[in-house]
Design a protein around this ligand. Structure first.
Ligand code: ADP
Ligand code: MG
Length: 464
């Protein structure tokens, strides 16, 4: 008896007559190498049903015969896909018209998916998707354009384009948001896609629990049968050898059968310490996309969106202040909006620059101690190719007025010196000159790209 026949016989014993007649009579099993079987289906609709109804019984049958569970891939056969990818009523009523000459029975109409927002169903240590993390709410700018485009492309073409897709970038820059957007988009298109989305920490914990509780078979069955495996923060694998090994095998099994893998990390793969070479080479075998800190403009858009979400509009002045105070972390940027709006609501005061400065004093001050007025003047002078004495001497040249104003702005922003003290450092100018300069630079930053770029570069340099 062939494997196919053996399996069918077992299924016949186990399943309801009607279920068997419906699903199994024309079932094909194609061996694609060690431990990998393809089960062809005439269309995606049918495949989803086979997957749902037959995976378990088939796995049990394999286990009974071979003592282990292979990887089963339910696949729409080449050339068998009906013209419209999504099956319609006509598939239900006359399957033979759309699904070639295979004598497969029409599958019943699918029930509505129970919970389209819990990827992969009820099993495992899945991380729940946050409904807010969608492509729609993701602000795209130069810092994340590539990662965004790659993720979007993968969501439309699972397994065939970039596999794995490896997204890396610092904390709070939108990796998790992108990963979840991908899951949402895929589920939107096909709610039956088997997605496993979880943090790497959960993967590791799940693995340890499986090893301890003797559920390793079940663990492997679950992970190795996903259509899409999304693991957030894979740098968590550092120093966890056994988990790395297990992940390596999970990765290979999925990869070999063109199932999509998407990973994120706070570092590029080759910088993750103690990552085993064979895992590193897998991680680097697809596409790596990096997310950088958002530019000033992207920060402004994010701030505007966040304020809007809280039913508020912030003035250009306040937006500029927040966007220039917090530069390297979108999560903190969001937190800042909440703080400012919160303080305004609590103290019943309007959303002014003063209020924003008060609300964010802590975020704006940590660098104060190391940054001196002198250092800022040196940095700015060097940047513009002028002399520090141009700031300190009593005779001011018109040609250096913009650098001088920017320098005052930066002194105000990165030190805790009083206006009078700052004035002292600029040839004893009084506080109104400093206030005027600070306002002027804030205004210029809103409309003049060159000024903004200069200020951003200088800010980075000053913060070291
Ligand atoms: P990471 O996983 O890289 O640490 P997250 O994806 O958790 O960062 O992002 C932190 C917060 O910032 C989230 O609330 C997220 O929605 C938000 N965020 C990050 N980048 C963007 C963006 N480009 N557009 C809108 N929101 C963003
Ligand atoms: Mg994250």
């Amino acid at each position: 008896m062939s494997v196919q026949e053996q399996i069918r016989t077992l299924l016949e014993e186990k399943l309801d007559r009607q279920v068997y007649d419906t699903w199994c009579q024309s079932l094909e099993l194609n061996n694609k190498g060690e431990n990998l079987w393809h089960i062809p289906a005439p269309n995606p609709f049918y495949r989803d049903w086979l997957e749902k109804e037959l995976r378990r019984p088939l796995e049990d049958a394999f286990k009974q015969i071979f003592g282990q569970i292979p990887t089963l891939v339910f696949k729409v056969e080449e050339g068998n896909t009906p013209p419209q990818a999504i099956p319609t009523e006509s598939v239900t009523t006359s399957p033979s018209k759309t699904s070639t000459d295979k004598k497969l029975p029409a599958p019943p109409k699918p029930p509505p998916p129970s919970s389209p927002r819990v990827p992969g169903g009820e099993e495992g240590k899945q991380t729940k998707l946050n409904g807010k993390y969608t492509f729609d709410s993701y602000v795209v700018g130069p810092s994340n354009r590539f990662a965004h485009a790659a993720t979007l492309a993968v969501s439309e073409n699972l397994g065939n384009l970039y596999n794995p897709l490896f997204i890396h970038g610092g904390v709070g820059l939108g990796k998790t948001h992108l990963l979840q957007s991908l899951c949402h988009a895929v589920l939107e298109e096909n709610p039956y896609t088997k997605i496993i989305y979880l943090s790497c920490e959960n993967f590791v914990n799940d693995y340890i629990a499986a090893v301890r509780g003797g559920g390793l078979d079940e663990f492997r069955r679950r992970y190795r049968n996903a259509d899409l495996l999304v693991v957030d923060d894979v740098h968590f694998l550092v120093g966890k050898e056994a988990s790395q090994e297990e992940f390596f095998h999970t990765f290979n099994t999925l990869h070999i059968s063109q199932r999509q893998i998407v990973l994120s990390s706070d570092q590029p793969a080759h910088d993750i310490p103690t990552l085993k070479d064979h895992l590193l080479s897998r991680f680097s075998s697809g596409l790596e996309a990096r997310i950088d800190a958002p530019t000033f403009e992207t920060r402004l858009s994010i701030l505007t969106d966040r304020a809007k979400a809280q039913g508020k509009e912030l003035s250009g002045e306040v937006l500029t202040y927040i966007a220039s105070t917090i530069q390297n972390n979108v999560r903190e940027l969001e937190g800042a909006v909440t703080k400012v709006i919160g303080l305004s609501a609590l103290s019943k005061r309007p959303l002014t620059l003063d209020l924003a400065q008060e609300a964010l004093r802590e975020s704006a001050t940590p660098r104060i101690s190391i940054v001196t007025l002198g250092r800022i003047q040196e940095t700015v002078a060097h940047y513009y190719g002028i002399k520090v004495s141009d700031f300190r001497s009593r005779t001011w040249r018109k040609s250096t007025s913009l650098p001088r104003q920017i320098c005052m702005y930066l002194c105000r922003k990165y030190t805790s010196h009083s206006l009078a003290e700052i004035g002292e450092a600029f040839a004893g100018k009084d506080h109104s000159t400093i206030i005027y300069s600070v306002k002027k630079v804030e205004k210029l930053m809103l409309k003049d790209l060159a000024v903004r770029t200069d200020v951003e570069r200088l800010s980075r340099e000053i913060q070291g």
